[in-house]
Design a protein around this ligand. Structure first.
Ligand code: HEM
Length: 136
């Protein structure tokens, strides 16, 4: 499996969970876990899907183990952070250090991604829509 297909699959699973959480909040009229819902959707759906698009456009990076590690680290961090943030907002303040560790894992994953973006001369493959044909 490539990093992009893993990103897309996990992103869809995260948004289904995030939407269920949102519907649960709305139905119960208890919005106390709203920060967990927001983080799950923005880290797990929006960011992960964007990573997937970036990787899909760079086939060598997409097939690399480091990109896979980045996606896995990000996803594990997102799950742990979501659970810990929900626990904190439900009154289990003991989850605070867990949220702190998860946030550092997510930061590490973002730093790996930053390395991919800033390293010299990344190869960008032209997609079909970017190919130019000579004018007649
Ligand atoms: C079935 C789909 C969804 C439902 C039913 C839902 C429901 C909710 C509810 C009830 C709140 C709490 C609002 C409040 O207390 O002020 C909320 C907040 C939030 N939701 Fe969702 N949501 C859904 C999908 C999403 C998605 C897909 C995203 C992001 C891509 C998202 C991002 C957010 C954010 C960022 C907040 C916090 C807003 C604030 O700070 O005021 N939600 N959502």
């Amino acid at each position: 499996m490539t990093a992009s297909s893993l990103s897309f699959r996990l992103a869809v699973l995260f948004v289904v969970a995030g939407m269920a959480m949102g519907i649960g909040m709305a139905a119960s009229q208890d919005h106390s876990i709203m920060p967990a819902h927001a983080h799950l959707n923005l880290l797990g759906w929006v960011s992960l899907f964007l990573f997937g698009i970036y990787y899909e456009r760079r086939p060598a990076l997409n097939a690399s183990r480091t990109a896979m590690v980045q996606v896995v680290l990000w996803s594990v961090g997102t799950v742990v952070l979501t659970v810990a943030v929900a626990a904190i907002h439900l009154g289990y303040t003991a989850a605070d250090p867990i949220a702190a560790i998860a946030s550092l894992v997510i930061l590490a994953a973002m730093l790996i991604f930053a390395y991919f973006v800033f390293r010299p001369a990344p190869v960008v493959e032209a997609g079909p829509t970017m190919r130019m044909t000579a004018a007649e």
